[in-house]
Design a protein around this ligand. Structure first.
Ligand code: GLU
Length: 323
């Protein structure tokens, strides 16, 4: 039997310079795949062109390389699963969207944000839940109501419980209709939503292991739901704790999460950053400078997972891991 080596990815949004939190995720995603002898992809999530900045892309690649990471496929090195910029992948999203549309898994929604909020607050709505109350769910899909605004398209969630086994935090269960609601897969301005683009890209790029920040854990069942509907393979998910400040808030620029570019300009060596990030997840006992390759040599797949599980458990008692 041939065992296919795992394939992982780091998928930053180029909205500015990478911060320590982004770097920690990138480092762990890289360690996980390199320890397993797998294939690592860099994908740039620049779908939202209004928020993305072209100059950030080059900066991100440069900062990741400076940290000591490398990748087998990406916008600068190419590869068989390209393009590696989401802004160039709309044909794949169009395809997935047509499939969902033909199968009547999505429906057009003409509501404004205000309509959704008002309906959710109505006496029988799900008060303040932010969950779509189903206004347009039962409208005919082929004729727009008179004077309707441009439609967003929502995925019609089934009323079932979806369970995802996170490799670090364990089972994550969401009752799709109660906790999630019909979610947008294509916005009214025709931009595909993150959920659809990520699910499609991970599947088409053959990703077996998604390692990313715990802030995205809650969106995983939506992505699994889409993958199941599209008949695409579901990867394993590893959600790692976020870097928090002393008050349990996500570390931000204001609290000293400086962009990597700024740290480089201050003359910090990559070994210092790697050591600090590794120690912050207890991957090494003390904060000491070491290169990404040296860190790799000190770990195995099993010890990495063990330490990440311990770090997530610690983070959930107080800070670092959204419940
Ligand atoms: N592009 C997302 C971000 O930068 C990450 C998406 C993912 O890893 O699924 O936060």
């Amino acid at each position: 039997m041939t065992v296919t080596p795992p394939k992982g990815r780091y998928a930053p949004s180029p909205t500015g310079p990478l911060h320590l939190g982004n770097l920690r995720t990138a480092l762990v995603a890289w360690l996980h795949i390199r320890l397993a002898g797998g294939h690592f992809i860099l994908r740039i999530e620049d779908l939202d062109q209004t928020r993305s900045r072209a100059e950030s892309i080059g900066q991100i690649l440069e900062d990741l390389r400076w940290l000591g990471l490398d990748w087998d496929e990406g916008p600068d090195v190419g590869g068989p699963c390209g393009p590696y910029l989401q802004s160039q992948r709309s044909a794949f999203y169009d395809d997935a969207f047509s499939q969902l549309r033909n199968a009547r898994r999505v429906f057009p929604c003409y509501c404004s944000r205000k309509d959704v909020a008002l309906a959710a607050n109505a006496p029988h709505g799900r008060e303040n839940s932010g969950i779509y109350p189903g206004n347009c769910r039962h409208l005919a899909t082929d004729t727009a109501p008179p004077n309707a605004r441009a439609a967003a398209w929502r995925y019609r969630v089934p009323s079932h419980r979806l369970e995802v086994l996170d490799q670090i935090s364990g089972p994550l269960i969401q009752t799709m209709d109660v906790e999630v609601g019909d979610f947008v897969v294509r916005r009214a301005d025709r931009l595909y939503a993150y959920q659809l683009a990520v699910a499609v890209d991970d599947a088409l790029m053959g990703i077996t292991d998604v390692v990313r920040g715990a802030d995205l854990r809650d969106s995983t069942p939506r992505q699994v739901e889409l993958l199941n509907s599209l008949g695409l393979p579901v990867p394993r998910y590893w959600h790692i704790p976020l870097i928090m400040d002393a008050l349990g808030r996500r570390l931000s620029k204001r609290d000293g999460d400086q962009g990597v570019t700024a740290l480089r300009q201050q003359g910090r060596a990559p070994q210092h950053i790697v050591g600090r990030l590794a120690a912050s997840l207890n991957l090494i006992p003390d904060d000491e400078p070491l290169s990404a390759r040296e860190l790799l040599a000190r770990l195995t797949s099993a010890t990495l997972r063990e330490r990440l599980i311990a770090a997530a458990a610690q983070a959930s008692h107080g800070t670092g891991y959204p419940q």
